[in-house]
Design a protein around this ligand. Structure first.
Ligand SMILES: [Zn+2]
Length: 343
């Protein structure tokens, strides 16, 4: 049983290659974060080393060891895979020492399984030296050794490395697929499953962690409260918020990008409500508010502000001055007619 949800194209391709004995020596699984790349890589490692008649069974000793990262022939390399040592914590890229170490391991015969599998998580973080070193290994494939590179952004990988791998793209799942999986596989209550399935934008891993750990939903609720405050607030409140975002941006850019994504989701929802497509909104729990707020804006106002949010995100990614970009964004929030004050 392949455990990865959705991704039937990738799974059937791998299944066929397994049955025909025509596996590649190296794979590249590309797709957004939490879409199932690691689950699929571990499933493939299980399928290669499974002891049952129909691999991967998920139940034999080999499959279980791989699932709990205790199999001697399946190794995961990444920024965080080298333990909690001070040196490992300081890493900002996957270094050549890590690749040399797996090259050495790859030269030894399998210890307990049939195949040695090396999973490189976040392959776009390979240093240039490490990527060149890995390239040499990929150019001289060894029987019984398979490399699986996982990446969220293959454009950051040298083309020479990409060209040595069989590329499989993992696409975001439809909200309905995620919702069904949360209901059946994790027993999540329907209302929560529906909300999380929308918020995750097709990335099941995010959905599962948000469904089982209320911290993420709590954080999102606080973020939406703040969004309402800012929309209804005066310029002083909005500029205070900019100062907070700028401070956060210097600590963690990703966090500010996440906040902008939430803003984008919200304003897209307003657009969807405005044009009569409420069924497709992301923030399903805020539908009543969205319907009421949508009345206060024209379609042109909503569209223009969506473009402003997108532009702000692009400018931040191009290293524009964050204070300037965010202040301009705050000044572009449209003035709603009779928008109810909340809070
Ligand atoms: Zn098995």
């Amino acid at each position: 049983m392949w455990q990865v949800v959705g991704q039937s194209r990738a799974v059937s391709l791998l299944q066929r290659s397994l049955e025909r004995g025509s596996l590649a020596h190296a794979y590249l699984f590309a797709g957004p974060p939490h879409v199932g790349k690691m689950t699929l890589a571990l499933n493939l490692a299980q399928a290669l080393n499974c002891e049952a008649a129909e691999p991967p069974c998920g139940e034999c000793a080999s499959c279980q060891k791989i699932a709990s990262a205790k199999h001697a022939d399946v190794q995961i390399v990444g920024l965080t895979s080298n333990g909690d040592s001070a040196e490992a914590k300081l890493r900002t890229e996957i270094g050549i020492d890590q690749i040399r170490q797996i090259q050495h391991a790859a030269s030894l015969p399998p210890f307990e399984g049939k195949y040695k599998v090396f999973i490189i998580d976040g392959a776009e973080q390979l240093s240039i030296e490490a990527a060149n070193c890995l390239l040499k290994t990929l150019e001289e494939p060894v029987a019984g050794v398979i490399f699986i590179l996982l990446t969220t952004n293959e454009r950051l990988l040298p083309a020479t490395v990409v060209s040595r791998c069989q590329r499989l793209e993992l696409s975001p799942l439809a909200a309905g697929e995620v919702e069904a999986a949360l209901n059946s596989g994790w027993g999540i209550e329907p209302q929560k499953a529906k909300l999380v399935a929308r918020l995750c934008h097709g990335c099941l891993g995010w959905a599962v962690s948000a469904a089982v750990d209320d911290g993420r939903l709590q954080q999102r609720a606080e973020r939406m409260d703040r969004l309402f405050d800012i929309i209804n607030g005066d310029y002083e409140e909005r500029f205070t918020y900019v100062a907070q975002l700028v401070a956060q941006f210097s600590q963690s850019r990703g966090l500010v990008y996440d906040i902008l994504d939430s803003w984008l989701d919200f304003w897209r929802d307003l657009l969807l409500v405005k044009v009569g497509c409420s069924d497709a909104i992301t923030n399903v729990d805020l539908e009543a508010r969205l319907v009421e707020m949508a009345r206060g804006y024209s379609l042109a106002q909503i569209k223009a502000f969506i473009r402003s949010i997108q532009a702000a995100g692009e400018q931040l990614r191009q290293n524009a001055n964050p204070r300037l970009v965010l202040e301009v964004l705050m000044l572009s929030i449209p003035e709603g007619r009779g928008v109810a004050k909340y809070g």
